[in-house]
Ligand binder design. Structure first.
Ligand SMILES: [Zn+2]
Ligand SMILES: [Zn+2]
Length: 296
């Protein structure tokens, strides 16, 4: 299940990636108070948030991890690249961790279950921290040969995986360059870097991590699942449909997570559009009969 340990450099980078954007987020509120946030920053932040979030939800998660649809080569490489730009780790490791999560959901072996320490208040506080961020600081690495052999066998994906450091530079520098060019000022580059690079990465980090923590603790559980996954509606928009997490664990390969009436799922909409354009095919749309069997 595990394979080796992260190197000291990898551990340092994980901490840096997890903590620096968080500090930016903490600084954002006083910074925004009256100065240093313009419409260009907002526009760039929303654009890069949407792009990289979909890279993770449609790409890393629904496509690479669960095979919810088939993608043409161009789309496959694009999804791997923009998902990498979310700074949640290279694609192969991300997928291996997440497949391990489903294989052992909320049991020994799950890399980020909040339920591993018990159910007392103190144990749950510890579990929440572990599921949200703490698990990334574990030294052990998921065995990609066991959990993601398909991606290891794919030369395109191995290449994108190796380019992770450069895609990280790109995701941090591109908003600053655009902000500078649009406003034709260094200040514009600086505020765009702060909002559309650092704060944007931090917000998406915490939304993604909340699916691992909150969505395994709080919410509705309309479907039969072997774990504690739950549908947590307040995160539906920000997570682009991923917070319908109980439905997802009940039917992991389904391209739509918000399968019930009124459940907004932006990622599913995007997959629908990709199918219309002919870039995605064999989409595993919800099956009414399969769903009704899993309803409690
Ligand atoms: Zn889960
Ligand atoms: Zn999943």
């Amino acid at each position: 299940m595990l394979a080796g340990e992260k190197s000291p450099l990898q551990m340092l980078l994980v901490k840096l990636f997890a903590v620096v954007p968080l500090l930016a987020l903490a600084a954002a509120v006083p910074f925004a108070w009256g100065w240093g946030l313009g419409w260009v920053d907002v526009g760039l932040a929303v654009f890069f948030y949407t792009l990289t979030c979909l890279g993770v939800t449609v790409g890393f998660h629904r496509y690479f991890t669960h095979g919810a649809f088939k993608a043409r080569r161009g789309l496959r490489i694009t999804l791997a690249a923009i998902g990498s730009m979310a700074m949640q780790g290279p694609v192969i490791g991300w997928v291996a961790d997440h497949r391990r999560h489903h294989a052992y959901a909320d049991k020994e072996g799950d890399p980020h279950s909040p339920w591993l320490y018990g159910t007392s208040a103190a144990a749950l506080a510890k579990g929440f921290w572990h599921a949200h961020m703490g698990w990334m600081f574990d030294r052990e690495q998921t065995n990609a040969k066991r959990f993601a052999p398909d991606l290891l066998a794919d030369a395109d994906i191995r290449r994108v995986d190796r380019l992770f450091a450069w895609l990280t530079v790109l995701t941090l520098v591109a908003p600053a360059v655009l902000g500078g060019l649009i406003t034709m000022s260094l200040w514009g580059a600086l505020t765009a870097f702060f909002w559309a690079s650092l704060v944007r990465v931090a917000v998406l980090h915490h939304v993604t991590w909340s699916v691992n923590s909150i969505c395994h603790m709080i919410g509705e559980r309309p479907f039969e699942a072997r774990d504690k996954s739950a549908n947590f509606w307040p995160l539906a928009i920000a997570s682009m449909g991923e917070s319908w997490h109980n439905s997802h664990h009940a039917d992991p390969t389904c391209a739509r997570h918000g399968v019930q009436k009124g459940q907004i799922d932006v990622s599913a909409r995007v997959i629908w559009a990709l199918e219309k354009f002919g870039w995605a095919s064999n989409v595993r749309w919800p099956n009414a009969e399969r769903l009704s069997r899993k309803l409690k």
